[in-house]
Design a binder for this molecule. Structure first.
Ligand code: ZN
Length: 143
C-alpha cells in the first residue's frame, strides 16, 4: 500500500439519468458543477448500449468494446478524485442480459442510460490526486 487518505463524510446526492443520457458524461458534469473533488459512486438501472474498456496488463493498453444491446446494470461502482486539476470520475460496471449472462468492464463514454439511479457520496478532505504510475502505466492515486 502506497497511498492512504482520510475523509469526513459529506453530502450524499441521488441523481436520475434519463433515456439517452451518457452515464460517464452525466456524472462527470455533476462532479464539475458541484466541485466534488473526492467521492464514491454507486448506480443501478438499465442501459440502451454499453461502451467498455478492458485494460491489458501485458500490453499496457485498453481494449475497447461496445455492447449494442439493452442490458440491466447489475452493479455500477466508481470514485471521484483529481486528475490534471479537475474532478475525474472512474467507474467499473457489470451488465446483465435476458439470460442472466453478465459482461463488464471500465466504462467509457457511450454507456447510454435507459434509466439509471445514481448515488454519489461526497468525501470532505484533501482529495487523491492521480499521477502517472509507471508500474502500471496508468494515472493512479499518489500518496
Ligand atoms: Zn478502470
Amino acid at each position: 500500500m502506497t497511498a492512504h487518505f482520510e475523509f469526513e463524510i459529506g453530502k450524499t446526492h441521488l441523481l436520475k439519468l434519463d433515456p439517452g443520457d451518457d452515464i460517464l458524461e452525466s456524472i462527470t458534469a455533476f462532479a464539475h458543477e458541484r466541485d466534488i473533488r473526492a467521492g464514491w459512486v454507486n448506480f443501478l438501472g438499465a442501459v440502451q448500449r454499453a461502451s467498455l474498456r478492458y485494460y491489458d496488463q501485458e500490453a499496457r493498453e485498453y481494449r475497447d468494446f461496445t455492447l449494442e444491446r439493452h442490458l440491466e446494470v447489475l452493479s455500477g461502482l466508481g470514485n471521484i478524485s483529481m486528475l490534471d486539476g479537475k474532478p475525474f470520475v472512474h467507474i467499473h460496471a457489470a451488465f446483465g442480459d435476458e439470460s442472466g449472462d453478465a459482461y463488464g468492464g471500465h466504462i467509457d463514454v457511450g454507456c447510454t442510460a435507459f434509466l439509471i439511479e445514481v448515488r454519489i457520496d461526497e468525501l470532505i478532505g484533501d482529495p487523491p490526486v492521480r499521477q502517472f504510475d509507471e508500474r502500471v502505466s496508468l494515472p493512479t492515486w499518489a500518496g
